[in-house]
Ligand binder design. Structure first.
Ligand SMILES: [Zn+2]
Length: 399
């Protein structure tokens, strides 16, 4: 009896305030292969609306669903089964959860069904895929979404807008961008920590410390675990008239001994400072494709010539200050300020830098990056660099 009472008390304590709308639950996923058909199955707590479509370059299958709670018994099914090369899931936009399957070749959806519950009470959504010729895959008709009778909410763009400053508030606006999010986890650390979760903590700490100075207005591109297309990230800064845009990431390297922070600015005319920087930019730029966003064409466009010289010089100035200050708190990569063609740094008007806070593939550095002490120290260093940058600007304006 006491135990039941305790359970009740805990239940009441755990319940959030206000009306609770339970989201549908995903309890398992499976991939089955039968002859040339690959079947992907989701076990659900209730029937849901769905929308299924394929995307080219690279070949992908996208399944959009209402916002779900993922309560899977273990890790996702092993990558590479039948037509499925890899699998990701997560929040895509407010109200829409998404599953993206990377396909090993061109394929068509031959059947989608939501089956009524069986004895275990689970509803099953399955999607069947069969290989098709490249030409059939590229037929736009064949790539139209298939959807349930019940409509799914449109994947709304995250309606993120920087609120206008209060009248008379002339403080600079700094937009902090925590890399990745939602369906795009970014890199995975040796302990299993995800880049998207780690850099969000750094972004929130940086916001706290910047706001504590009283000198800046600060906005985050995301405050939760949600996907935001690369273009929208710097658009938030541009539309808000930001004075700085700072994107936070963490890196991985096949060589576990590699460690150290580094700071990037956009390369002029698309020339990368080195092959590794180019590869890193390509990896970070793939975020939209990973999340199943169809049109990532603009990611490939090189805007070097359009980039205003002044914005570029300001970005470099801040980058040098960051290298100096972060170097007091953390180990740095050897050639630390580098240039690469990062999609998220392409604002022609807002000085922008990308900080790779360190390597999640290095055991010692990953542990350090997860510590609160290091997070506070790195955020403090970034604040000092920003303070230095604006003092320099003020001095310039006075002279
Ligand atoms: Zn990243």
């Amino acid at each position: 009896m006491q135990r039941i009472l305790l359970a009740l008390v805990l239940l009441v304590l755990a319940a959030p305030a206000g009306p609770v709308v339970a989201k549908p639950l995903v309890s398992d996923t499976r991939i089955g292969v039968h002859e040339d058909t690959t079947r992907f199955v989701l076990d659900l707590s209730e029937p849901v609306a769905w929308r299924v479509f394929t995307l080219p370059d690279p070949y992908r299958l996208v399944i959009d669903l209402p916002e779900l709670v993922w309560n899977l018994p273990s890790e996702l099914p092993p990558a590479k089964k039948g037509l499925v090369g890899a699998l990701r899931y997560g929040l895509f936009s407010p109200g829409v959860s998404r599953v993206v399957l990377d396909l090993t070749g061109p394929a068509a959806v031959t059947q989608v069904q939501l089956l009524p519950p069986t004895d275990d009470g689970k509803h099953r959504l399955f999607v069947d895929l069969q290989p098709v010729a490249e030409a059939a895959f590229n037929d736009p008709q064949a790539r139209l979404p298939i959807q349930s009778a019940e409509a799914l909410p449109q994947a709304a763009k995250a309606p993120q807008v920087v609120p206008p400053p209060e009248i008379g508030d002339k403080r600079p606006l700094i937009v902090i961008d925590a890399g990745h999010g939602g369906i795009d986890p970014g890199a995975t650390g040796v302990s299993g920590v995800l880049e998207k979760d780690l850099v969000l903590k750094y972004a929130l700490e940086l916001q706290t410390q910047l706001e504590a100075t009283g000198s800046y207005r600060v906005e985050l591109t995301r405050e939760t675990d949600i996907f935001i297309p690369l273009r929208d990230r710097y658009a938030i800064a541009e539309d808000g008239g930001a004075d700085l845009f700072i994107s936070l990431h963490a890196n991985i390297h096949p060589k576990a001994s590699i460690r150290g922070a580094s700071v990037f600015t956009l390369s002029e005319k698309g020339a990368d400072s080195d092959a590794e920087a180019a590869a890193l930019a390509a990896k970070e730029n793939a975020a939209d494709a990973l999340a199943g966003v169809a049109d990532s064409d603009d990611v490939a466009v090189i805007l070097g010539d359009l980039m205003r010289r002044e914005t570029m010089n300001l970005s470099k100035n801040l980058a040098n200050r960051l290298v100096d200050e972060v170097g007091h708190e953390a180990r740095l990569l050897k050639n630390t300020h580098r240039f690469a063609n990062f999609a998220v740094l392409r604002s022609p008007t807002v000085p922008s830098v990308l900080i790779e806070i360190g390597y999640l593939s290095n055991t010692a550095e990953e542990e350090q990056l997860r510590s609160k002490k290091h997070r506070k120290a790195v955020a403090g260093a970034i604040v000092r660099a920003i303070d230095g940058y604006f003092s320099w600007q003020e001095a310039l304006n006075r002279s």
